[in-house]
Design a binder for this molecule. Structure first.
Ligand SMILES: *Cc1c(COP(=O)(O)O)cnc(C)c1O
Length: 387
């Protein structure tokens, strides 16, 4: 802090990690009117906005069916319930993700097998899948599928994964909680996928929400039934056809999402501009994220890597300048208390462990001002020169 000038001090207002207020200011009137319409018609559960949103999401992604639901976690749960997952089954998932990914597997009585990730993309490593299948079978479990996570907004390697899945008779679910709007090889992610509308996700509502995407007509019908306590979807509507959940998206959240979806593509472009500037300015100073050819990330997070011993000092130096950072994720899942007893593929997950020690997510949102971004970059350069 040797050269703190008057203008520098003036410029050191706090920066938000994710600035939801800037977006709200932009659409507040439209959101107010949308909420008022719901209050006027009073159909709080499965009101017309829900089906309207589902149609718009289908048009946006190209998915055959969109089943909205109460959260990203419910989206994963309902998707796997529709596939009949249960006891004795194993599902492969990355060791480096949010707890909701394996949580849904465990809730259904099945066993998650943690698979290592790729150091550059942070996503499940296709070359580790074979070891995951061996580990599952050695435990007497039947591998049923893979949940690939599109971490930080970048699609997993579905081309490689689907080759393996097809040869082994496995399904793949994209945990697209962080990647709504992302694309890989010209396809939007989550063709069979689950996304989240948690407020801080790229497309977020003002509460909890989620959606499942599928091209399979029969599965979509089962998921619609499961979302609403397993009620039969045709014929006798008083028949409970299966065990379901209370997993519906609130009408008010659907109304809010319709307004947010209207500006979403523009926001993704703004996020990409922010990410590009970070990468240009920080390449060589820290390890910047690498986006494989053919991928469009929606930059749910902009996550750098630094040597493990430098991470805490860097975060502290940035905090001193009112620049927040976050660690997603400080522990791989197999090191979390609740998951410690579940199997890890092959020889462990060294990349997941390394990432947990090295990652640091920087402020990232569509409305990050260039001056604020300059401040962040300058602070990182200063700190990395010193620590
Ligand atoms: C946020 C998130 C979820 C869960 O979404 P909720 O809507 O909070 O239930 C699942 N998986 C990943 C990778 C997430 O980031």
């Amino acid at each position: 802090m040797s050269t703190t000038t008057e203008s520098h001090r003036h410029a050191s207002r706090p920066i938000a990690l994710i600035d939801l207020a800037a977006q709200q200011a932009r659409i507040r009137e439209r959101v107010d009117r949308a909420i008022a319409r719901v209050l006027d018609h009073g159909q709080y559960i499965m009101g017309p906005e829900v089906a309207d949103l589902e149609r718009r999401l289908a048009a946006h992604t190209g998915a055959g069916h969109v089943v909205s639901c109460a959260s990203g976690t419910d989206a994963l749960l309902i998707a796997m319930m529709s596939l009949g997952l249960g006891r004795g089954d194993a599902v492969l998932c990355p060791a480096f993700t949010f707890t909701a990914t394996p949580e849904a597997i465990v809730l259904l009585g099945a066993t998650p097998v943690f698979v290592d990730v790729d150091l550059d993309t942070h996503n499940i490593a296709p070359e580790s899948i074979a070891a995951g299948l061996d580990t599952a079978r050695a435990k007497g479990l039947e591998p049923r599928g893979i949940i690939a996570v599109d971490l930080f907004g970048l699609a997993a390697d579905y081309t490689a994964l689907s080759h393996i899945a097809a040869s082994q008779g496995l399904w793949i679910i994209a945990d697209a909680a962080q990647s709504f709007g992302a694309a890989r090889d010209g396809r939007k992610t989550g063709t069979f996928g689950a996304t989240s509308f948690f407020p801080a996700k790229p497309l977020g509502c003002y509460g909890d929400g989620g959606a499942i995407f599928t091209d399979d007509d029969a599965l979509a019908e089962v998921m619609v039934s499961i979302r609403s306590h397993g009620k039969a979807t045709g014929g006798d509507k008083y028949d409970i056809a299966r065990i379901g959940v209370n997993g519906r998206l609130d009408t008010i959240q659907a109304a809010i999402l319709i307004e947010k979806l209207a500006i979403f593509d523009e926001e993704v472009a703004l996020r990409q501009a922010v990410a590009r500037r970070y990468s240009e300015e920080l390449d060589g100073v820290v390890t910047v994220p690498r986006i494989p050819d053919g991928c469009v990330s929606v930059w749910a997070q902009y996550t750098i890597r630094v040597p493990a011993t430098k991470r805490a000092p860097l975060a502290a130096a940035l905090a001193d300048e009112k620049i927040p950072t976050a660690i997603y994720y400080p522990r791989p899942l197999h090191h979390q208390t609740a998951y410690a007893a579940f199997p890890v593929a092959g020889n462990g997950a060294p990349n997941a462990e390394r990432l947990s020690a090295e990652v640091l997510s920087l402020p990232m949102h569509p409305y990050l001002e260039p001056e604020d971004q300059d401040r962040i970059v300058a602070a990182i350069r200063r700190a990395m020169g010193r620590i």
